[in-house]
Design a protein around this ligand. Structure first.
Ligand code: GLN
Length: 195
């Protein structure tokens, strides 16, 4: 099995390590251009700055290619900025900035929901819906999933706000599972890839 991780910015190494820990004999490759996603079984869009990731991917033609592949069933895990890029709708909590989205998942996100960088925090979250335990995870200038409709469903909430959602082969978390001890999110994602 081969998993691609978008490698413009954000935690490529950590996602690669976590994916391997979760899946044993999984190959993880960096994805930067359209040719990198030709032969992968699943793709991870990591955190970072969603406007920058979207702009770079768009310039390199990767947004259109990703959209096509995801529409034809390529499983995708989007974490933090990656969750924003997957969403059908994204609003900035302060500025209304135009940004590139895949518009793939029936969710609406609010960027920087919890405030600025220094308001980043750790919390114990419930991962029972995906076969995990209560786990300590980190939220870094995270968005919130404020609306879930259609075929998407909320898989976990923190203080009433959705922090993980799924629609078919698409999985989004507003926290960073690659920077946490739990393997539950990566294991669950690999199970979607195997389906
Ligand atoms: N604040 C970033 C954004 O809005 C996301 C932060 C992250 O990915 N850790 O794009």
């Amino acid at each position: 099995m081969k998993i691609g991780v978008l490698a413009y910015q954000g935690s490529f190494e950590e996602h690669a390590l976590q994916t391997k820990r979760a899946g044993g004999s999984v190959d993880v490759v960096p994805v930067k251009t359209t040719k990198d996603i030709a032969k992968i079984d699943g793709v991870i869009i990591p955190g970072g700055e969603s406007t920058t990731i979207g702009m770079l991917a768009s310039k390199l033609g990767l947004m259109d290619e990703l959209r096509d592949q995801i529409n034809s069933g390529l499983p995708v895990l989007g974490t933090c900025a990656g969750a924003i890029i997957l969403a059908k709708e994204a609003v900035d909590s302060k500025v209304k900035k135009q940004q590139e989205l895949l518009k793939a998942m029936d969710v609406s996100v609010v960027r920087n929901y919890y405030g600025r960088q220094r308001e980043s925090f750790e919390a114990d979250v419930d991962l029972s819906e995906i076969g995990g335990e209560k786990s300590r995870v980190v939220f870094i200038r995270s968005p919130a999933i404020t609306k879930v409709w259609g075929n998407a469903k909320s898989l976990s909430k923190l203080n009433g706000v959705t922090i993980m959602a799924q629609e078919g082969g698409m999985l989004a978390t507003t926290f960073h599972p690659e920077l946490s001890n739990t393997l539950a999110v990566h294991k669950y994602f690999l199970s979607l890839v195997k389906k």
